[in-house]
Ligand binder design. Structure first.
Ligand code: HMG
Ligand code: MG
Length: 298
């Protein structure tokens, strides 16, 4: 049976803000998440429980979650790198956690200070403990197309990491083109390998838009059966441990694409723009998404 529904998972408050040099106050972060909560989104990655020294912008993760007015219909999620991060997330009753690692050694080392093989037991412990606490776990695999340190990444390398995360018991894998180098033919090659072994509903796609190919990659993924996509309002984003990583594909542009394709996102375009303008005013810089540019010219 075909479905018209697609799911957009908002990662702006986490992926979007983690690389921003200007500190956004806790109050403004909460107001931003509350604005996003009015757009129809049912999943928002709100922060990250990594080491505050590594990502100072998100050092207030506990305060954000303690003071956020939560809505029942929304899953509020956060990144956790290890058991220490999980303990901090459990203290504030997070709804879901995401573990993360890379398909390439170079980025994994730079991002989480471990080799790929040393990362597996750390993440396995997190998944086991999360399960004991009835918490669902999502798994990110970064650098699925290219790595800023190691160059092109083979689909088989991605499959190797995916196999381990699925064995651990993650319920969804988000495939990250961290530095945004992929084009549709790369996405096709990757998904052909993964979908030979796993059903499409296990995967989400997470595109950064460095070369402007994210929308094309989303269309290719959709054609191959993927229905869940990560994006950031205002196209915010970037990984500080991946040279050249630019923003995520913009939520409002993905919403436009899907709506015009006759898909249902459940999102409200006007409210998305309001959230984008809000965070733009706090960051003090112009955000250059297609929908924002059009709205400014009207
Ligand atoms: P490490 O230094 O190797 O950690 O960092 P460690 O286990 O050796 O511990 C060192 C100290 O850190 C200890 O303290 C720990 O307690 C403390 P001490 O005993 O020295 O006083 N510590 C922590 N404190 C608070 N929270 C924690 C925590 N863990 C250890 N969770 C670590 C390893 C993974 C923690 C570090 O490398 C880190 O935090 N990295 C974060 C990197 C990051 O956030 N990157 C961006 C997110 S990933 C991304 O953007 C990609 C994605 O969007 C998908 C895509 O685009 O591809 C998801
Ligand atoms: Mg990312």
């Amino acid at each position: 049976m075909t479905t018209n529904k697609v799911r957009i998972k908002e990662v702006g408050p986490r992926d979007g803000l983690q690389n921003e040099k200007n500190y956004i106050s806790t109050t403004d972060k909460i107001a931003f998440i509350e604005k996003l909560s009015e757009t129809g989104l049912d999943y928002i990655e709100v922060t990250s429980f990594v080491h505050p020294k590594w990502i100072p912008q998100l050092a207030d993760a506990v305060d954000v979650l303690c003071n956020l007015k939560r809505r029942k219909e929304i899953t509020y999620a956060a990144l956790v790198p290890n058991i220490k991060g999980l303990e901090r997330a459990l203290q504030v009753h997070i709804d879901e956690v995401s573990i993360f690692m890379s398909a390439s050694e170079g980025h994994n080392l730079s991002n989480i200070n471990k080799t790929i093989s040393d990362t597996f037991p750390v993440l396995k412990e997190v998944v086991e403990e999360a399960r004991l606490n009835n918490l669902a776990v999502r798994g990110y695999v970064s650098t699925v197309i290219g790595c800023p340190y190691d160059g092109p990444v083979k689909p088989e390398q991605v499959l190797y990491v995916v196999d381990h995360l699925i064995d651990m018991g993650v319920k969804e894998i988000s495939l990250g083109d961290t530095i945004g180098v992929g084009v549709p033919t790369d996405i096709e090659r990757l998904l052909e390998v993964l979908l030979k072994k796993y059903p499409p509903y296990l995967f989400a796609m997470h595109f950064h838009d460095t070369y402007g190919t994210a929308i094309a990659n989303i269309v290719k993924s959709l054609e191959m059966g993927i229905l869940t996509f990560d994006s950031s309002i205002g196209g915010l984003g970037g990984c500080p441990y991946a040279k050249g990583a630019s923003g995520n594909v913009a939520t409002e542009d993905v919403h436009y694409l899907f709506t015009k394709m006759g898909k249902q996102t459940g999102l409200n375009a006007k409210k998305l723009l309001e959230a984008a303008y809000f965070i733009e005013s706090k960051l003090g810089k112009t955000l250059n998404t297609k929908q924002l540019a059009i709205s400014r010219s009207e």
